[in-house]
Design a protein around this ligand. Structure first.
Ligand code: PEP
Ligand code: MG
Length: 589
């Protein structure tokens, strides 16, 4: 066993896990390089073609396995994308060409892939990076098959392990199985990266952004990972391990108590009702939201419907998927956000070339801008589906990334066009589906009243609001230390958005990750926000916290927090505030 080390990363999905490290290689296997004499080239070509076919069949098998477990359509799309790359004649012809020139099959694959990857590397675009990763994964599978290596997957292991890698993709996260993957540690990634949000939604404890994790952790090291604080103990001594196991037991008991307690209403001690809703990523998340007593879906991110697939979902498919969520949630409200493709959440369907790369993707042609400027028809079909499904339940439409009134007016006009076209087509729809704006750009917080005057509700998206207020890219771990939820500027903008909503006469909720953090959830309640939407797993705890809060007392505390001069001061005040009402249980948060 190696040295005792403590590593600090960003805790993104809570849970204390103890187990051996399993390092997952993310690099290509070593490929032998040799020349094939002309009389053996035909044979080598057949070996290459056989490996291509074997890789394709493996993917089909995995897909068939997954189809039995109907909860994972997103993973099917990813595997579909890999299969399409394998079936692409370019890959076959490109590699066969090299074999015909005398390269051995493995060398031909490495050579051809490195050419393609070099092209992608020159393009600074998140979608193309994603595409490059797909090609690398396909290449790895192909090489493993040529070399007779069994494929390294993250799906299952003989014993429970803690996975460690430079980076895990959202598709890796979807494949992890609870029985054998205790959780994961990644060198890259940030709190609000897609992989992190997915880990939380699937209850997989995770710590990301751990500098040099793969260098400092070796295979088989005993790890204790705290997915809340981000602290990782590598090979702790017997005494520390005993203490950590004790903490783990208390955490498990605490979680059990939270889960076992019958779902009680989220009401403060002085009788103020707080609506606690769920954020969902994929439609099957709605089951968990329902089980954990969500008061509805406060944010349904629809990007997954457009990601990792080769054809666009048509209006009927959108209606069917939305209907599943509505049916699962019974009569509860479901807020569906229009597609917000951005940064890492780009879709292969649209960004076909480098024209969309932009200089700074986080501030470029993305979100609502992309819908209005680049893919108006696709956006129109989503709006039509939302209006149609609005006649089947309590549906609300949420617009992301709105930066001002003019942009909002343009969307509202398009919504009007969607209604006219539905009338023309004689289709049933609800013309009065409530429409809301996400406040996630500082400009929207500053103009909240003007925006509120034109819509039915506001929902504060803190993940992006922090990014844009502090000029800190939420994907970039090198500046993750500056991504401070408790920064006074962020809190003041949230207060402004809240005041703007009140002045405009519409309800204001919060749906960013801050809503599921007990300290900020309590602060928001003190600020008068009575609707929070969070990852389902956070609901039991926030409900419990709500039931310890005295609203009148928290109102006063919230005003002093908003006057805090620095993040440190704010966090200190929030800690004191929560400790005063939650007592000892607070140690887990
Ligand atoms: C946000 O920005 O706070 C938000 C909820 O949206 P997303 O995380 O999907 O960007
Ligand atoms: Mg956002």
């Amino acid at each position: 066993m190696g040295d005792v080390v403590k590593l600090q990363g960003v805790g993104v999905s809570p849970g204390i896990i103890i187990g051996p490290a399993h390092l997952v290689a993310r690099c290509m296997p070593d490929a032998p390089h040799y020349c094939i004499t002309p009389d053996h080239r035909q044979e080598e070509e057949e070996r290459l073609l056989a490996a291509l076919e074997e890789s394709r069949l493996q993917l089909i098998n995995i897909q068939q396995e997954l189809t039995k477990n109907k909860n994972n359509p997103e993973l099917l799309y990813i595997l579909d994308a890999h299969r399409l790359i394998l079936e692409d004649t370019m890959l076959r012809d490109g590699t066969v060409n090299y074999v015909r020139k005398g390269y051995n099959a493995e060398w031909a694959v490495v050579r051809y892939l490195s050419e393609i990857i070099a092209v992608f590397q020159q393009m600074d675009d998140a979608y193309l990076r994603e595409k490059r990763a797909d090609i690398e994964q396909v290449g790895k599978r192909l090489l493993n098959n040529l070399l007779g290596h069994s494929e390294e997957s993250v799906a299952g292991f003989p014993e429970p392990v803690v996975l460690v890698a430079e980076e895990f993709t959202p598709s890796d996260t979807l494949q992890m199985k609870h029985e054998t993957v205790l959780g994961f540690v990644a060198q890259r990634g940030g709190r609000t990266s897609h992989t992190a949000i997915l880990a939380k939604s699937l209850d997989i404890p995770a710590v990301v952004g751990v500098p040099r994790a793969t260098g400092k952790i070796t295979q088989g090291d005993m790890l204790v990972v705290d997915g809340l604080t981000g602290l990782i103990h590598v090979n702790p001594n017997t005494q520390t391990l005993a203490q950590l196991k004790d903490k783990q037991q208390r955490y498990i008991l605490f979680q059990q108590r939270l889960m076992d307690s019958t779902i009680q209403p989220a009401v403060t001690t002085d009788g103020r009702k707080i609506l606690l809703k769920a954020n969902i990523e994929i439609y099957s998340d709605a089951f968990k939201a329902r089980r954990l007593g969500a008061d509805g879906i406060g944010l349904y991110r629809t990007e997954h419907l457009y990601m990792n697939r080769s054809i666009l979902p048509d209006e009927e498919e959108l209606c069917r998927t939305f209907k599943q969520v509505i049916t699962t949630m019974k009569d509860l409200p479901v807020t569906i956000r229009t597609m917000d493709l951005s940064g890492e959440k780009k879709s292969k369907l649209f960004y076909r070339d480098s024209e969309h790369a932009g200089i700074n993707p986080a501030m470029g042609m993305q979100g609502i801008r992309f819908c209005l400027r680049e893919e108006r028809q696709v956006f129109l079909s989503q709006l039509r589906a939302l209006l149609r499904i609005g006649s089947e339940g309590d549906v609300r439409i949420l617009l992301p990334m709105i930066s001002g009134v003019t942009e909002l007016e343009e969307v509202l006009q398009l919504l009007g066009e969607a209604k006219e076209s539905l009338i023309k087509d004689g289709l049933n729809f609800n013309p009065n589906v409530p429409v809301g704006v996400m406040v996630e750009v500082p400009a929207a917080a500053l103009c909240a009243k003007e925006l509120a005057n034109k819509v039915d509700f506001l929902s504060i998206g803190t993940n992006d609001l922090i990014q844009f207020t502090l000029a800190v890219d939420r994907q970039d771990e090198s500046v993750a230390y500056l991504y401070e939820s408790g920064h006074p500027a962020v809190l003041r903008l949230i207060a402004m958005a809240m005041a703007g909503g009140v002045a405009g006469g519409v309800p204001v909720s919060v749906c960013g990750e801050m809503a599921g953090d007990p300290r900020f959830a309590a602060l928001f309640m003190g600020m008068g926000i009575d609707e929070l939407s969070m990852t389902s797993g956070c609901l039991p705890l926030i409900r419990r916290i709500t039931r310890t809060i005295d609203f009148t007392q928290y109102q006063e505390m919230a005003s002093s927090v908003l006057e805090g001069h620095s993040t440190a001061e704010v966090m200190g005040l929030l800690d004191d505030m929560l400790r005063s009402s939650c007592g000892d249980e607070y140690i887990f948060h």
